[in-house]
Every structure is written in C-alpha cells, then in structure tokens.
Design a protein around this ligand. Structure first.
Ligand SMILES: C[S@@+](CC[C@H](N)C(=O)[O-])C[C@H]1O[C@@H](n2cnc3c(N)ncnc32)[C@H](O)[C@@H]1O
Length: 491
C-alpha cells in the first residue's frame, strides 16, 4: 500500500465521504488519508496503556477526541505505538505496535508462528493472541447489543474444538526462492504469508498442504502471475480423505498432467479437480471445476444427514458446530409439515428438518444449479422426499419458480440461510407479509451480525417476533459469529 492511503472495513473506520474512497474490494475500502506518510510516521505514542478492544480485535487508546487503533494490542498492554495513518472524517488513527513494555493479562502467545499481527502476517486467526474469555466476551458484547436492540433473549454456544476444525482452506500460490508456497494474503495487503502448519485446518489438510508445497517445488511448477501459473490451491477434507482443487491460468499448461498424477498419489488424497481462471479478479473460481483424477465428491455427515460435497460447492466449514445448529433448527421445526428451505445450497439445513420425519414436505430453492443437483442426490440418499429448484432469490417473482408451489402455496415453516449480505429485497418483501404467506415460524441462520440485524429489524416491523437468538462460535480464533434466530408470526 502506498503512503497516504489507508485500508478500512466498509462502514467501520475511515472517511465515509464517497469522494474519499479510492477503491473497494469485498469488505475493504482504500481511503485517502489526511497526513503524508512522513507526518504520520513522526507520531509515536510512548508507554501508553491499551484501554480496550474493538470488534475487529484491534486494541485502542483514546487520545483526546481521537481513538488510536492498533492490531495485536490487548487491553492492559503497555506499548509504544507508531501512528501510520489517520482518517479525515472520523476521529481515528491507525497505529502499529512499535515495542511492547508489558503485556496485559489477556495476551496469549499464539501457537502458530504465522499468526498475525503478533507473530507473523497471516490474517486467518486475528484472535489467536487473545485469551479465550476476552475473545468470546468481545463477540458476545456485539450479540448482546443486537439482542437488546431487537428485544429478545440470546444465548452463546461454544465450539467443541478451537483448533483443527476447518474442513476447507483456499491457498494463494507464490514462490519464495526455489520453494512454492501455499499461503494467504496478509490483511489489507498484497503480501502473501506462509501458512505451513496451520493450526485451525483439520490435520489432514495441514499434512497435505505440506506435501503439496514440497511436491510443487520439486516439479518447479510456475506460480501466480507467471506464464502457465498455478494461482490457487483449495483443499477440502472429510473424516476420510482430502480433495485437491487447482486453480490454473491455462488448462493446457505443460506442467499440469504430471502434477495432477503426482498429487493424486499423495497419501490421503482421493481426487484432483482443476478450474481455469485467467481473469484479473479477486474471485478464486470463475467457472465450474472438473475432476481430472480420482473422486471429487467428499461425503460428510452434518447433523443427521450425509452430504455429498463437490469441488467448488459451498458447505459449512465447521462440521461440529454446523451439525449442532442444524439439530437445533430441527428441534425448533418440530410439528411443521410444509417446509421451505431458501438459499438451500446442497440441502443440509432443510434435510435435517425432514430427517426421520416422512410427513414433512420439503421445498428448496437456490441459485447454483450444481448445488441443486447435489441437494437432490443428498435427499435421495437420505430417503427424504424433497423438491428443489434453481431459483434466483434476488429477483421479483421468485415464488413462481419454487417447485410445486405457486403463489397460493402456504408453507408452515421457512428456514433461510442467505449469503453474508443477507436476505434479498425480493425475499424480504415476501417474508414481510406472513399472514398472506401462511407461515407461522421463520428460522434464520446467518453468518453476518450486521445484515441479520437489518433483516431482523425489518421482519419485526412486518409481522414477525424474534423469540430466540443463538450465537455460535463457528470459527474459533476469528471475529466470526454464526447466528440462529427463531421468529414467530405475531398474530
Ligand atoms: C450461506 S450459504 C447456505 C447454504 C445452505 N443453506 C447451508 O446451510 O449450507 C448461502 C447460499 O445462498 C446461495 N445464494 C446466494 N445468492 C442467491 C440468490 N440470489 N438466489 C438463490 N440462492 C442464492 C448460495 O449459492 C449459497 O448456496
């Protein structure tokens, strides 16, 4: 990043004026900053005590009207802070920890050598330097504020394991000397951090990751922007096996055939898929993947149902926590017979509601055709009668496309699990008329506290009451919270 610019999270830090926004990528925005690099670099705060921790796990001190944020600092730390950027429209400065005099009681030395910002540059575990209590209290504070605004009770649900839980990881491919490295972008930067020995992925992924780095280095595989470069590697594990997906610039790359054969021979690898992406884009996949060796489908039990997951498909990353949430939804759903599963993906949520309940009529809608094909197969394998359709839930009139269901259909229960941005306006419009719809219960699973808050507030204004809110620690070591809300029709 060049001097005079700062990267912030959308809506949380930095100037809000659109004129100040230079570019945006995903949840991050690059802003123009007030001071020159020389001016801000000259400001060092010596021997300050960190007063608190924000939602992004940045420590902060108040300095008059301004708040100075520093990644890697923990409340109670005595540190020197070097200010590296300032926001023009918000009273915020951004600092690096220049030196540490003493650590606060909630500092924990990260067990991973790559964990940023304290030991390394990897951004995957921004809470690894925090005590478990401080990390979860910080997340819970956010949920408590949300629940207070929405006027409902809430509960916190721990993950059974804080390490080794993640069943999928995407690695950006780079070179360090002669070695091929499968790493991750450092936060707010194009720099790539190594990830060898990652502690949050399932052990099988960590092992295959190490083997692939050695293998790809020995084969002298071109990487990243190089001609015929390997851009990304995605690893997905089940309890039994790992599937490797290679994101390549060129499907006819001269190195590819030999590499695929060698990768397929790595212990524990059950299949290799490739997908081509030669575009200059942040998206990893721009087209479907093709299995070129072995089997691409992973089987994993989520709750009561075995799900087949193909390369590139969406599946919950923490099987234990997702299973607990699906089982909870099934308990809340008892008694409902006509069930809609919107944004159903490969079907896990709705199929858990219908499992062992032959009286349930399940209808699922989702925009990705391959996911719908998997959902159908998953239902058939579980012996569940379900009807699925490819439907764009972002479009007006989406109900017309729902299977076996016209505008007169009357679901008793609707379960939704939308992407991060929350329910589309078209879905909110339909759900916002519960009397006409006929549904008496709505269960909303969400990976984003902000969009859930927006949607829940709107639903509460339009005939629903949020009766229970659960927050699950789906991705320990991170800022992520997974929510489950149970709404009832108000009259
Ligand atoms: C968070 S995932 C949930 C998947 C599934 N319910 C589960 O529990 O694993 C969100 C799903 O919404 C789908 N989706 C995103 N935008 C959509 C749209 N406009 N219409 C229909 N489905 C959409 C995605 O393809 C993805 O499968």
């Amino acid at each position: 990043m060049s001097a005079g610019h700062v990267v912030g999270r959308l809506g949380e830090a930095g100037p809000m004026s659109a004129a100040e926004v230079l570019s945006a990528a995903g949840r991050y925005v690059v802003y123009r900053v007030v001071c020159s690099k020389e001016q801000v670099m000259s400001q060092t705060l010596q021997g300050v005590e960190i007063a608190g921790l924000n939602e992004a796990f940045e420590g902060y001190v108040e300095r008059g009207e301004r708040r100075v944020l520093a990644g890697g600092a923990v409340p109670g730390d005595r540190v020197d802070l070097r200010i590296v950027a300032s926001s023009q429209h918000h009273p915020r400065d951004f600092a690096e920890v220049a030196s540490v005099h003493a650590r606060g009681a909630d500092y924990v030395e990260p067990i991973c050598a790559h964990a940023g910002p304290v030991r390394g540059r990897c951004g995957g575990c921004p809470g690894m330097h925090l005590s478990h209590d401080l990390r979860t209290e910080t997340l819970q504070r956010r949920v408590a504020q949300l629940a207070e605004r929405l006027g409902c009770e809430w509960s916190w649900h721990e993950a059974p394991a804080h390490l080794g839980y993640r069943n999928r990881s995407n690695f950006v491919v780079t070179r360090q000397g002669a070695l091929v490295v499968l790493g991750s972008y450092a936060p707010r930067s194009q720099e790539i951090s190594a990830m060898a020995g990652c502690q949050v992925v399932q052990p099988a992924i960590a092992r295959v990751h190490g083997e692939l780095e050695a293998l790809l280095s020995a084969l002298k595989v071109p990487v990243g922007e190089e001609e015929e470069g390997l851009r990304w590697v995605s690893l997905r594990a089940s309890a039994q096996a790992v599937v490797v997906e290679l994101v390549v610039r060129d499907a006819l790359a001269s190195w590819l055939d030999a590499a695929v054969v060698a990768i397929a021979a790595v212990e524990g690898v059950q299949g290799v898929a490739i997908t081509v992406n030669a575009r200059d884009t942040n998206a990893i996949r721009v087209q479907d993947s093709q299995v070129v060796q072995g089997k691409g489908r992973i089987w994993e039990r989520y709750g009561e149902v075995e799900l087949g997951i193909d390369p590139g498909a969406f599946a919950q990353l923490n099987v234990a926590v997702a299973s607990a949430m699906y089982r909870q939804v099934a308990r809340w759903a008892e008694g409902a017979q006509v069930v809609w599963d919107l944004y159903c993906g490969i079907g896990g949520l709705g199929l858990n509601v219908a499992a062992r309940r032959p009286e349930v009529r399940l209808f699922g809608a989702e925009s990705v055709p391959a996911a719908i094909a998997s959902a159908r197969e998953n239902a058939a394998r579980a012996g569940i009668k379900a009807r699925y359709a490819v439907v764009d839930l972002g479009k007006e009139g989406w109900r017309e496309g729902c299977p076996g269901e016209g505008p007169q259909a009357r679901p008793e229960l609707i379960v939704v699990n939308p992407p991060r941005k929350g329910l589309s306006r078209a879905v909110r419009q339909v759900l916002g008329a519960p009397q006409a719809l006929g549904a008496s219960t709505l269960i909303y699973m969400s990976c984003d506290v902000s969009s859930f808050g927006r949607d829940a507030a709107e639903l509460q204004e339009r005939g629903w009451v949020l009766r229970e809110l659960q927050a699950h620690d789906m991705l320990p070591q991170t800022t992520h919270v997974e929510l489950l809300g149970r709404f009832e029709r108000s009259s």
